[in-house]
Write a protein of this length. Structure first.
Length: 564
């Protein structure tokens, strides 16, 4: 990838000679090795080698001008694959997307030999310890080459420690640090310039760096293990879609050993939020970056513009328009992204089923002249529970319907049927309802919500007496939907249950959570994957909503009612 090659060239370029009489020292050595591309540069005082992961089709080696190659690679599109082919007469053919270039090189045999890790390490030192020691000593080395010995740092190995010392004509700096492997007493002077470059790549961790003294005692090698990006990080670049409103592209590459840098190229100004998450479920420690628009578009206006519906003007001679006003229903497909929800025995994820049913329900609602629907998510990404509730409030929703597919961890694999839930301010109506509410509320911990934020809606929402009326309407909505679901699928319970679901906490919006079926039941899992069955479930929910509105028309004070 372009990022990996660019990073490698930026590291080794620090050792490229700029004033040498040997032309090959202005080049970087490219050599296939260990299922990757090895980059090497040297000025005969410092030598740096960097391994770039890649796919090798044919082994080969050559040298090319370091500055020219670095400038070319840096000008390429981030995230694109770079192909290198060695042709006749030491010519490198470079291709990346629609870009193609040819670079004339010098035979690799003319490049000076660089010490490798073939010899057994003399000792090992923790990277953070060595980095701190270099910061405290290398600065004192002389810069005047009138006395060359003072331009280096003396390393004196003694048993289980090494002492670093540097001096010029005015100051001296000495630091003794432990080594991880006892070593025979010996001394060596290393140029301060070389150690300055070493400090750039040392990580702030206790992972060891291997120190190798060549047998001739004229070379010292510091070997650091690079980090493995792993498939999860490498695939991040493909997760950004072309229609993402905020992120243009995403680049992942090694920054330095044990450090991975992720760069987001943005389309607009954003307000990022970064926080850490503790391990939960199958996830370990995680670092989460949330990207919010600096100037968000009004969600109600966006909804109106998206469907183009407006309340018609009153016709001449007519007392009322055909449509009194538009009812807004927010459909919430449960889970998504990092939070897959329940998983069926045949591998079906709840997050996928809920999204498919949610899209079908939206299509049915949008076909009605007096209704419009909005999905809280319309793709496979995680959305915190609080954000789902907030979306409904921002568009002044008349109803909120959260769609899920049950899992029978406490009831066995043969549990079946549909259920509907409303919010409870007190105890859950059953142990099943209590367990299910806890399971669904844990979605934020799995998906990656920042519950430590002071602005989190779940922390500041207080259920009070004003919500009692909303819960009553939620129960009536749930009863209408449950009755229609019973025509499609057997009911798990014949009445609307209640529990403390965080996603149902909007105090002024009747809200229900629909468990369409038990995805943990193999038979119901197969039905949930069937398009015709999904359509029946969506139709049942839709008919329940229409029945509810027939008895409880939308509030006339809604902002949408004033559209004329």
């Amino acid at each position: 990838m372009q990022e990996n090659l660019a990073r490698g060239l930026s590291v080794v370029s620090r050792a490229v000679s700029t004033r040498s009489t040997l032309p090959v020292l202005a080049n970087v050595l490219l050599k296939t090795e260990d299922a990757g591309l090895k980059l090497t540069a040297t000025n005969l005082e410092i030598g740096i080698t960097y391994w770039v992961p890649g796919k090798i089709e044919t082994d080969g080696s050559t040298t090319v001008p370091a500055k020219l190659l670095t400038d070319l690679v840096n000008s390429l599109q981030g995230g694109d694959r770079v192909d290198l082919e060695l042709g006749p007469n030491e010519t490198i053919h470079l291709r990346c997307g629609r870009f193609e270039s040819h670079l004339k090189g010098i035979d690799a045999d003319e490049f000076p030999a660089i010490q490798t890790t073939g010899e057994r390490p003399t000792t090992r030192i923790a990277q953070n310890v060595l980095r701190q020691a270099l910061e405290q000593t290398a600065f004192a080395a002389a810069t005047d080459e009138a006395r060359p010995i003072l331009t280096g740092v003396l390393w004196r190995f003694e048993g289980d420690s090494v002492t670093l010392a540097a001096a010029d004509n005015y100051r001296i700096a000495v630091k003794t640090i432990p080594v991880l492997d006892a070593v025979t007493d010996t001394s060596v002077v290393i140029p301060a310039r070389a150690l300055t470059e070493l400090m750039r790549v040392l990580a702030d961790s206790d992972d060891p760096v291997e120190v190798v003294l060549a047998q001739a005692r004229n070379q010292v090698l510091f070997h650091l293990e690079g980090v493995d990006l792993g498939p999860a990080l490498e695939e991040l670049q493909s997760k950004v879609s072309a229609d993402d409103p905020y992120i243009q592209s995403l680049r992942v590459a090694r920054n330095r050993p044990d450090v991975v840098r992720v760069v987001l190229d943005l389309k607009a100004e954003v307000k990022p939020q970064v926080f850490a998450l503790k391990p939960i479920a199958e996830y370990g420690d995680r670092l989460v970056l949330d990207v919010y628009p600096a100037h968000p578009k009004d969600p109600l206006l966006a909804l109106i513009e998206s469907d183009g519906k407006v309340v018609p003007r009153r016709a001449a001679g007519a007392s009322e328009p055909a449509v009194a006003r538009l009812a807004t229903i927010v459909i919430d497909p449960g889970h998504g992204g990092e939070d897959p929800g329940a998983k069926g025995r045949h591998g079906t994820y709840e997050k996928n089923v809920t999204l498919m049913i949610g899209r079908r329900l939206k299509k049915l609602i949008d076909a009605e002249p007096d209704m419009r629907a909005m999905l809280t998510r319309n793709g496979d990404y995680y959305l915190p529970l609080a954000a789902r509730v907030e979306k409904a409030q921002q568009v002044h929703a008349d109803l909120f319907v959260s769609i899920h597919a049950d899992s029978a961890r406490i009831m066995g694999r043969h549990a079946s049927g549909s259920s509907v839930y409303a919010l409870s301010q007190r105890r859950a109506t059953s142990e099943t309802a209590r367990w299910l509410a806890k399971s669904e509320n844990d979605s934020d911990l799995i998906g990656g919500a920042n519950l430590g934020s002071k602005d989190t809606y779940l922390r500041k929402t207080l259920l009070d007496l004003s919500q009692t009326g909303t819960i009553d309407y939620s129960l009536q909505l749930g009863s209408s939907v449950l009755s229609e679901l019973g025509r499609v699928n057997p009911l798990h319970r014949g009445h609307v249950e209640q529990a403390s679901f965080a996603v149902l906490t909007a105090p002024n919006i009747p809200s229900i959570l629909v468990e369409t079926a038990f995805i943990s039941n193999p038979k119901e899992e197969r039905r949930l994957n069937n398009g015709a069955y999904q359509e029946k479930i969506a139709r049942a929910i839709f008919d329940g909503i229409k029945d509810y509105f027939a008895k409880h028309p939308p509030r006339p004070q809604s902002p949408l009612a004033s559209l004329r």
